[in-house]
Design a protein around this ligand. Structure first.
Ligand SMILES: Cc1cc2nc3c(=O)[nH]c(=O)nc-3n(C[C@H](O)[C@H](O)[C@H](O)COP(=O)(O)O)c2cc1C
Length: 240
């Protein structure tokens, strides 16, 4: 199985998103998956210009000359894509969205009705679309913060004739950056073990077990303790 992770955090290597993805990929590799980790922050992916030239050009080639051509090749050769994003203004980051918009190049222009009678593009006969895994983290504590992201990827999967096979959302995401010596660090180390398990299960079953999902969705610490620690931090920084 080939797994491509695409991290849309502008913070790249040091991002909390990266911390999550690394553990999932470790688990996937343990089960024999071939993995590749992309940091969009290190690539040149320009915005789609909306010209539709890609639908008319040979091999659906976009007229914009940047890193997208190479990335789209890796994307269409993967069995699973992990979309990683911090929650930004209740949605995906803009650099991830820029990448997703450019995927219009591998969508077929013709339209058809889906099994529920709603129109979408016809499935492309030239490009294989991977299954989706969504990984996101947010500063706010609850998983309800990810409603838009969750809905968005389900819609995108429908449009692109594929499916979302796993969603890993981490409220209280700021805890992922706890220093190694912090008192609560063991909580993050345990959480990382769960992410590792997620990676293994994706390779084994193309899905994560119900028990693992319940564990991974659990709050890391109480909301009150978390919010108090954030408040303390900002009071120190802002001095009020
Ligand atoms: C522009 C911007 C918008 C954000 N919007 C939200 C938001 O809507 N909800 C939330 O809980 N956190 C929000 N955050 C906080 C980030 O999701 C949080 O810092 C996250 O841990 C960053 O992940 P990263 O290190 O992977 O980039 C926002 C941060 C920034 C910089």
């Amino acid at each position: 199985m080939k797994i491509l992770s695409i991290n849309g955090s502008p913070r790249g290597h040091s991002s909390n998103t990266n911390k999550m993805i690394i553990e999932i990929l470790k688990g996937a590799e343990e089960k024999g998956a071939e993995t590749e980790k992309i940091l969009l922050s290190e690539l040149d992916i320009k915005h789609c210009s909306g010209c539709f030239c890609c639908w008319m050009n040979k091999n659906n080639k976009c007229i914009i000359n940047d890193d997208m051509e190479e990335l789209i090749e890796k994307y269409t050769q993967s069995d699973v894509v992990i979309y990683g994003t911090p929650l930004f203004m209740d949605n995906v980051s803009s650099i991830l969205k820029a990448f997703i918009d450019r995927c219009i190049a591998i969508v077929c222009p013709y339209m058809e009705k889906d099994p529920k009678g709603e129109y979408r593009h016809v499935k492309s006969s030239s490009f294989r679309i991977p299954k989706f895994v969504v990984v996101s983290n947010a500063a706010f504590p609850e998983n309800s913060q990810f409603q838009v992201v969750s809905h968005y990827f389900k819609r995108l999967a429908r449009s692109m004739h594929t499916e979302v096979i796993a969603e890993i959302y981490r409220g209280q995401g700021l805890l992922l950056a706890l220093p190694k010596h912090a008192d609560d660090r063991y909580i993050i180390d345990n959480y990382k073990k769960l992410l590792y398990r997620v990676g293994k299960e994706i390779v084994e079953n193309f899905v994560i077990n119900e028990k693992t999902q319940i564990e991974i969705d659990k709050s890391l610490i109480s909301y009150e303790k978390y919010i108090n620690s954030i408040e303390d931090y900002w009071q120190k920084v802002l001095g009020n």
